[in-house]
Design a protein around this ligand. Structure first.
Ligand code: 3HC
Length: 293
């Protein structure tokens, strides 16, 4: 079994909002990273956000989180490719962060399993899909776990480490150790229930806020202020939904609802309509609020 201290090379498969943030987090902690996505455009945008995004390395240097002369070295530790085999062939630890679609994830896991070294651990950054199903698509289910980061990945301190049905204790320990090396605080989720710990609770706050807006209880600004000023949340539920992405929010609540049948997670019409309209939040410049590009 690979030891935490032997892990040097990381592959991040899926280089969107979360994947690029996760790649940056590993590079900031000194790891060599290869980021992979299906086209050069996504890779270019990911690198741009790692460099000069709101939580990119230049901002981190400006805020004194990393030494100024480290910024370039961190960027240089991240390579990108569209070739999956190339990305994982020397990896000790692989993070899957593709779109939240179980069939796609299973396909990626099977391909990664074929091409990665036998000792490599494969984790998924899924926010709601079953780790056990992804593990079953590989010949190494004991070396598959969940490693759920929060947005923005370089800043948020939590990592949920999720045990699938066949994940070994050693794998859980290694993933936990890696999270600590990243400067994060891991929590262990012993059963891969949909939504794990944080989303099971956090999503309800956002859904309740949307239902209140839909029912005319209060304006979105007042609901956001209520939670920021009354509960000291750093962001109101609508600001947070825009940050997470309304498409992601809808996928997560549908996944929890489908698995549990619990009506509290049933998506409000307003959320569904906003996703249909393409008002997905900050990443497109418009969600509950408008954002300058
Ligand atoms: N590395 C390390 N630290 C960094 C950094 C980097 N690359 N870039 C910035 N930072 C630090 C800053 O120095 C600052 O630290 P400080 O508080 O010690 O000064 C901190 O990050 C915050 O940065 P800013 O001051 O620029 O930004 P704000 O104070 O406006 O905070 C925010 C922005 C962190 C997004 C805050 O509003 C927040 O915490 N919002 C809530 C986010 C949240 O709840 N995320 C979870 C979403 S749910 C999810 O992702 C799960 C999914 O599955 C749905």
């Amino acid at each position: 079994m690979v030891k935490v201290e032997d892990i040097k090379n990381i592959a991040v498969v899926g280089f969107g909002l979360m994947g690029s943030g996760i790649a940056q987090t590993f590079a900031q902690a000194g790891y060599n990273v290869v980021g992979r996505d299906v086209n050069e455009d996504i890779l270019r945008r990911g690198m741009e956000s790692i460099k000069s995004g709101p939580f990119g390395v230049l901002k981190a240097a400006e805020k004194g989180k990393i030494p100024k002369d480290e910024a370039e070295a961190i960027i240089n530790r991240i390579k990108t490719t569209t070739d999956l085999k190339e990305a994982v062939k020397d990896a000790d630890f692989i993070v899957e962060a593709v779109f939240e679609d179980l069939e796609l994830k299973k396909k990626v896991f099977a391909e990664v399993d074929e091409a990665a070294p036998p000792h490599a651990i494969i984790v998924s950054n899924t926010s709601s899909l079953p780790i056990t199903a992804m593990a079953a698509a590989t010949k190494r289910p004991d070396k598959v776990a969940g490693m759920h980061f929060f947005n923005p990945a370089p800043v948020m301190r939590l990592v949920e480490v999720i045990r699938g049905l066949q994940t070994s204790d050693e794998t859980v320990e290694v993933v936990r150790g890696v999270a600590i090396k990243l400067g994060k605080t891991p929590v262990i989720v012993n059963r891969d229930i949909t939504g794990f710990i944080a989303n099971r609770i956090g999503i309800l706050g956002m859904l309740e806020a949307i239902k209140m807006l839909e029912n005319g209880v209060a304006t979105k600004e007042d609901i956001d202020n209520a939670m920021k000023l009354g509960y000291n949340w750093p962001m109101g539920p609508f600001e947070l939904a825009d940050l997470v992405g309304l498409d992601t929010l809808l996928l997560v609540c549908n996944a929890i609802y489908n698995e549990t049948g619990d009506p509290r997670y049933f998506p409000p019409d307003l959320l569904k309509r906003m996703v249909t309209a393409g008002n997905l939040g900050r990443k497109v410049g418009k969600g509950f609020y408008e954002y300058k590009k």
